[in-house]
Design a protein around this ligand. Structure first.
Ligand code: GLO
Ligand code: MG
Length: 344
């Protein structure tokens, strides 16, 4: 019997619709109200930024942070939800303006590591052992502005400091080639896993692959996933879609390229992803035009597309597949996949 997939998203995926050119267009939904939406939408995992769980985390003592995180765990349990991961949100604080772990200012680097340790404490109190590092501002607008060789060593030092702080925590690096920075230091899963292999405890460092980020790097997301799966290092995914090399769009899964979405589902199936216990995260955003009362459809719809494609992956004629592979007849295979997806 195939093991079922479990779905997750972060509270930031229900949002007010502001973009760089215009203000919010929908009212803020409280955290408690967002939690209520999870089950209704078919989700049971919650992804957290550290300050989603404990607001103003920097202004609180370590004990206070742990206490507040404990209370959030109770809220989760009350809704039948679990925490999937915690990510230190270093990119919104003024101290992280030039990056956290790779800031030129040593005080900023220390702050970033301290804050990440707090994030690990929050994860422990929420009952999860996974920390995601989306390295938002760890890069440059102009290459000459940071000592890049040192910056990579500082990244490694930060990862090691977090691993030493909490002997149970696992770190999943979420690579992205650009945005907000022009050049990001860890653009692909290859970079992430190379860094992981040099950590003080390599088995506790892996990756999270986001569809849009792979596309922005000019790569195929399913190939990036296959690379991580082959090493047992795909610890979460952020499925969404992306229409070419533009800003990070976070479109509904499959909405720009259904075949590419199918390939991601196919590779997760082949890689035994659900058996690893990892969640299928959907890092999607509603269109700015969406009215408040239906601004969670992008989440339900993404899950629905995933499940429909899962059905397609599981019902593909594998005898035909074997025959095509044996005959080296990839034209026939290509059409068979297209017709299967089109339902003809
Ligand atoms: C932005 C990222 C972002 C992260 C999230 C978790 O491009 O995808 O949404 O996934 O902040 O760290
Ligand atoms: Mg993401």
């Amino acid at each position: 019997m195939p093991v079922d997939y479990h779905f997750s998203f972060g509270p930031w995926n229900i949002h007010e619709g502001a973009d760089p050119f215009g203000p919010t267009v929908r009212p803020t939904v409280t955290f408690a109200k967002k939690l209520k939406a999870y089950k209704q939408l078919g989700f049971d995992g919650v992804q957290f930024h550290d300050d989603d769980a404990v607001p103003q985390v920097d202004s609180k003592t370590a004990a206070q942070v742990r206490k507040e995180a404990k209370a959030v765990r109770k809220m989760l349990a009350g809704e039948g939800l679990v925490a999937e991961f915690v990510a230190p949100r270093l990119w919104e604080d003024p101290r992280g303006i030039d990056g956290g772990y790779t800031a030129n200012d040593p005080k900023a680097r220390r702050w970033a590591i301290d804050r990440s340790k707090r994030a690990a404490d929050i994860a422990r109190e929420l009952g999860c052992d996974l920390m995601v590092l989306w390295l938002a501002r760890e890069g440059t607008y102009i290459r000459e502005s940071k000592p890049a060789i040192n910056a990579h060593r500082w990244l490694l030092e930060a990862i090691n400091a977090i691993l030493k702080h909490d002997p149970k925590i696992r770190i999943a690096i979420e690579p992205k080639p650009n945005e907000p920075m022009d050049h990001a230091y860890i653009p692909t899963i290859g970079h992430a896993l190379a860094l992981a292999s040099r950590a003080c405890d390599p088995k506790r460092v892996g990756g999270l692959i986001e569809t849009a980020h792979a596309i922005l790097a000019g790569l195929d997301p399913s190939d990036e996933m296959a690379f991580a799966l082959s090493a047992g290092k795909l610890w979460s995914v952020h499925l969404n879609d992306q229409n070419g090399l533009k800003f990070d769009q976070d479109k509904t899964f499959g909405s720009a390229n259904l075949r590419r979405a199918f390939d991601q589902v196919w590779v997760l199936e082949q890689g035994g992803y659900p058996q690893t216990g990892a969640f299928v995260g959907l890092d999607v955003k509603a269109m700015r035009t969406q009215k408040a009362e239906s601004a969670t459809l992008h989440l339900a719809n993404s899950r629905r597309v995933f499940l429909a494609l899962l059905d397609k992956a599981r019902s593909f004629d594998m005898d035909l597949w074997r025959q095509c592979i044996g005959d080296r007849d990839y034209e026939t295979l290509d059409l068979a996949i297209l017709e299967h997806l089109m339902g003809v």
